[in-house]
Design a protein around this ligand. Structure first.
Ligand SMILES: *Cc1c(COP(=O)(O)O)cnc(C)c1O
Length: 426
């Protein structure tokens, strides 16, 4: 099961790992290939992302203010300030901060008073589908588009029944969904659209911010995301009228001292989490720019490696480059995705199989008729080929070059690596 949260545990341990003693073993004489006993490309493990850290003095100034006022939570000044800054930065009508993206998704769905089925993608982080299920709704899977990796509008149309209430598409790896098609589907069938925009902070499409499409969009500010508050999330949208309901739902559905209306949750963001967000706000913009340069470099050099396919960016979009997914075409590369992943690990490069396994393979959802692999051929094919490579500003071009050099060396030595892995056994 993919878990971004265990990446973070490793991230925090990152600085304290002692460098590996270099092993000098060039006996195979084919350049640097750690799997075959040469030195690894990196002395310390490199993970797919590295959390931004606030300036300590700035963060402590916020903390002193919290300690003085003793307002740690309950819609304090810092949460409201963060909401205002996000509203401006993301150019949305409103922003309601939450304790995490999963709870924000549940509140977003609950705020729309839905019942029945919700169509979504199997190629996503488990949270998307769990949130639908926790709201008492039935997740129904439809296949993805093999180029954008996003929920396919045609497959979505085919999955609509008289029980369908909403669609939850995911802007996968920050690549915008076909929002125009989903608008049409919503209009024709009277459905609600809630975007999982956990990967799409700051993304724009057709000259409009991503958060204004559909009924609502949900962001995650988990520490593995490009902008974060350690744990956190938000519901955003164009229509400010929706803010009051969400803000009530995240606070136990309390209206005032005398009234509680409906089924709320504790979804509040604390002042401490909001302060992390405020303290790193400006670094996040710089981080996208750096990642953009690294992403362009990856793209340019990976074109030369036969058997590596790069996600095709949607036209007319401004991306945040938060992830760098590639596909391994086993026939052309000479190794399967899992074999490439193992060889990269030996180089201390910890790529991730996002999103494998598919959500439709989860024991809780696999018996639903829509989970039948025969109906989800594109998602199954992609899940067996996908690999997210490390991308974060501090890696620099040097780091990216070393990762690409490793991939090239692995491809050249593919038959030897395959023999080595098969002899080592599973
Ligand atoms: C991170 C993520 C979430 C969940 O967000 P949390 O803030 O960790 O609850 C939901 N969907 C996707 C696609 C994600 O990547």
């Amino acid at each position: 099961m993919p878990c971004e949260h265990d990446v973070l545990e490793k991230l925090t341990a990152h600085e304290s790992i002692p460098p590996k003693t270099p092993r000098l073993n060039a006996s195979l004489g084919h350049g640097p290939l750690a799997l075959l006993n040469d030195e690894p490309a990196f002395e310390q493990p490199v993970y797919i992302t590295r959390a931004l850290v606030p300036d300590e003095r700035v963060f402590m100034a916020y903390m002193r203010s919290v300690f003085k006022s003793r307002q740690f939570t309950n819609n304090g000044d810092f949460v409201r300030e963060l909401e205002a800054r996000l509203r401006t930065h993301l150019q949305v009508g409103f922003c309601a901060a939450f304790c995490n993206g999963t709870t924000a998704t549940q509140a977003a769905l609950r705020s729309l008073d839905l019942s029945g089925e919700v169509i979504s993608t199997p190629f996503t982080f488990p949270a998307t589908i769990h949130a639908i299920h926790w709201c008492g709704l039935t997740p129904v899977f439809a296949d993805i588009d093999p180029r954008s990796y996003n929920l396919d509008p045609t497959a979505t149309r085919q999955a609509i029944t008289d029980r369908t209430a909403a669609v939850v598409p995911v802007h996968c790896f920050g690549n915008p969904c076909d929002v125009v098609a989903f608008d049409e589907i919503a209009g024709e069938h009277g459905l609600k659209i809630v975007y999982d925009a956990a990967h799409a902070f700051g993304v724009r499409y057709r000259d409009r911010p991503i958060g204004v499409w559909g009924d609502l969009s949900v962001l995650s500010f988990h520490a593995t995301k490009v902008f974060h508050t350690a744990e956190g999330g938000a519901v955003v949208g164009a229509d400010i009228e929706k803010y009051a309901r969400l803000s009530m739902l995240r606070n136990f559905a309390i209206i005032n001292e005398d009234e509680v209306l409906g089924i709320g949750v504790n979804g509040k963001m604390s002042e401490i989490h909001a302060a992390i967000g405020l303290a790193i706000f400006d670094n996040a913009t710089r981080e996208y720019r750096l990642r953009g340069q690294l992403s362009a470099h990856y793209r340019q050099r990976l074109r030369e490696i036969d058997g590596v396919v790069v996600q095709r960016p949607v036209a007319d979009a401004t991306l945040n480059h938060a992830y760098f997914p590639i596909e391994i075409d086993e026939r052309r590369f000479g190794l399967s995705r899992d074999e490439v992943n193992q060889a990269l690990r030996a180089e201390n490069i910890f790529a991730r199989k996002y999103f494998f396994p598919l959500c439709s393979e989860n024991e809780a959802y696999r018996r639903h008729p829509s989970s039948d692999p025969a109906r989800l051929p594109n998602a199954h094919r992609l899940a067996s080929r996908i690999l997210c490579l490390p991308i974060y500003g501090a890696l620099g071009l040097d780091g990216i070059n070393r990762i690409i050099d490793s991939l090239e060396a692995i491809r050249e030595a593919a038959p030897r690596i395959r023999r080595h892995l098969r002899n080592a056994g599973p």
